[in-house]
Write a protein that binds this ligand. Structure first.
Ligand code: FE2
Length: 271
């Protein structure tokens, strides 16, 4: 549980770093489970790439229907223009998502020991709901950039309530693409909302056209096991990983079930 000073720091900065949140055994359980899931995954079934190219992501049904599934998304650079893998399968995955917190016994067991809903309540969520989880790899040499964004763009409620719990499974630093955050930027209005469009596929609804402020982002270099709690409106970013070290992380997002969840949100799940 969080101390009062941590709660006020979260409200001031829009994020909070909590060291030693996960122990080595818990980290290994999650990383080994991911390895086993990838081992059992047949990549010929899909070639869904997680990309910062929004048009491509929007048109991908495999992604859009992953809210209540455990699915695998490739790094953009893991597949060449002829459709051939450039790296072995275990090094090709960008992320696994989005419902292992509800569907997989090992993820579930580890996550349920972490008091995440209770921390969400301390930070203002009245009725916490675990909406999505992601195992993020940021693979050596090919781990993709994730552009500056606010998580509430993708996990929108009315009023907004999303809080992200991002846990470093390996050390994250400038070399391997650690998180970068606009400290205090959670007071910036939400820029856009990613939603299902009437004509099929998805679209961004622009909510605020003001450009991002010209502010330096702060590097969140953290040790393996550290938790970073992210306000849903906090602008954050991570660079590509050009190093030979992977940067695995696990994230889970809470929303407040007392808030309205729109039928045209991209992620639909009854779990
Ligand atoms: Fe994010």
């Amino acid at each position: 549980m969080l101390f009062a000073s941590q709660i006020s720091s979260f409200h001031k900065d829009g994020y909070l770093v909590v060291e030693d949140f996960l122990n080595n055994n818990q980290r290994e359980l999650l990383m080994n489970r991911a390895k086993d899931l990838i081992e059992d995954f047949d990549p010929s079934r899909t070639q869904s790439i997680f990309t910062t190219n929004e048009q491509e992501r929007a048109s991908d049904e495999y992604f859009l229907k992953s809210g209540d599934q455990i699915r695998f998304f490739f790094e953009e650079k893991a597949i060449d223009s002829s459709g051939n893998f450039t790296v072995p399968k275990q090094q090709s995955i960008n992320k696994i998502g989005h419902a292992q917190h509800a569907l997989d016994p090992i993820y579930k067991k580890v996550i349920n020991t972490l008091d995440i809903p209770e921390m969400g309540q301390q930070l203002g969520i009245l009725k916490p709901r675990k909406l999505q989880s992601m195992h993020i790899f940021k693979q050596p040499n090919i781990g993709g950039e994730v552009g500056l964004h606010q998580d509430s763009t993708f996990l929108y409620t009315s009023p907004m309530s999303c809080i992200g719990f991002w846990i470093a499974l390996e050390d994250a630093n400038i070399e391997n693409g650690c998180l970068q955050a606009m400290t205090g930027g959670h007071t910036i209005p939400l820029k856009k909302r990613f939603k299902l469009s009437n004509t099929g596929g998805t679209e961004f609804e622009i909510l605020d056209e003001t450009p991002w402020p010209d502010t330096q982002l702060d590097l969140l270099e953290v040790k393996a096991g550290t938790l970073v709690i992210l306000h849903g409106q906090l602008p954050h970013y991570s660079a590509e990983n050009t190093s030979n070290k992977s940067r695995q992380a696990f994230s889970i997002h809470l929303i407040d079930d007392n808030c309205h969840y729109a039928k045209d949100n991209w992620l639909q799940s009854d779990l």
